[in-house]
Write a protein that binds this ligand. Structure first.
Ligand code: DGL
Length: 281
């Protein structure tokens, strides 16, 4: 098959990478997508770097059972912890979300104060600070780990009026009151699913802020690469195939709500059949 007709591979620990899928569907509607959400082993964002790297290699190993023309690591935790390992291990173009989100934030900020909301594992890596300061050495960055957001999203607590989610968002945002950023990066791809709640509460507690969606930023980086390399599809397809590593029902429900289109045929796979270490032996 011609390379440009191959799908784009996208993976995350669970639902978060759908923020990239939504953007791909918007800016490259004809592209086919193969999506893997490792729902059986989620969350990643509170785990050690060794485990995150291992899981990331397994996820890639599964995704590459389909031919794909590029992979988007639609997960802030894997992007900040394991992108180098993935690029050293697998021979195809691999994109993360940290660098593109840092670029968007540096373009957006007027006052030079950028906040990052991300998983504790991502915050520990300091990856967003590094990328932002490469572009804007004088920018000040404050990162806040928000470990409760992923379980809220995965359990479907995503409606704008949900009082539990609103309360927890306020709790985390209270850390930013004195810092007063004008840009907040949602550095975990799950967080844009509750973007409206975060934006609403930030408006109330901090003032007007621009929100950078790391999942969407990653999708834009992939588009740039495909365009530059003549790899955008020439056919009108736009099919998305979803795989998960646990019971698909909850994934399908929240995916349907978030994407605004029916997702009802997610396929459950056994990730233990695709462990990278085993297959590399
Ligand atoms: N979407 C992942 C990220 O961007 C979530 C991590 C998790 O599973 O905790 O970091």
């Amino acid at each position: 098959m011609q390379k440009n007709l191959l799908p784009i591979g996208v993976f995350d620990s669970g639902l978060g990478g759908l923020t990239s899928v939504r953007e791909i569907k918007k800016i490259m509607p004809d592209e086919d997508i193969i999506y893997f959400g490792d729902t059986g082993r989620l969350p990643y964002g509170t785990r050690s770097p060794e485990i995150i790297k291992k899981y990331a290699c397994d996820d890639m190993n599964f995704l590459l059972t389909s031919s794909v023309k590029a992979v988007l690591v639609a997960c802030g935790t894997v992007s900040s912890t394991a992108l180098g390992v993935l690029r050293d291990t697998f021979d195809l173009p691999i994109f993360g979300v940290v660098e593109p989100a840092a670029q968007s934030a540096c373009r957006e900020t007027a006052c030079g104060r950028i906040a990052v909301l991300a998983t504790p594992s991502t915050v520990r890596t300091g990856a967003f600070e590094r990328e932002i300061n490469k572009i804007s050495p004088k920018a000040e960055v404050m990162s806040v780990g928000c470990p409760m957001f992923v379980p809220l999203v995965e359990n479907g607590y995503i409606q704008a009026e949900n009082p539990v989610t609103r309360h927890i968002v306020r709790e985390y945002l209270s850390n930013l009151k004195d810092f007063r950023p004008d840009v907040i990066i949602l550095g975990c791809t799950h967080y844009p699913i509750i973007r409206d709640i975060i934006h609403d509460q930030a408006l109330d507690m901090i003032g007007e802020v621009s929100i950078v969606d790391s999942g969407a930023s990653g999708a834009m980086a992939v588009k740039g690469y495909l365009e530059e390399n003549g790899l955008l599809t020439s056919e009108k397809c736009g099919r998305a195939t979803y795989y998960v590593s646990d019971e698909p029902h909850g994934f399908e429900n929240t995916a349907t709500l978030f994407l605004g289109e029916a997702v009802k045929d997610a396929v459950r796979i056994n990730i233990d059949d695709y462990l990278y270490e085993k297959s590399a032996k």
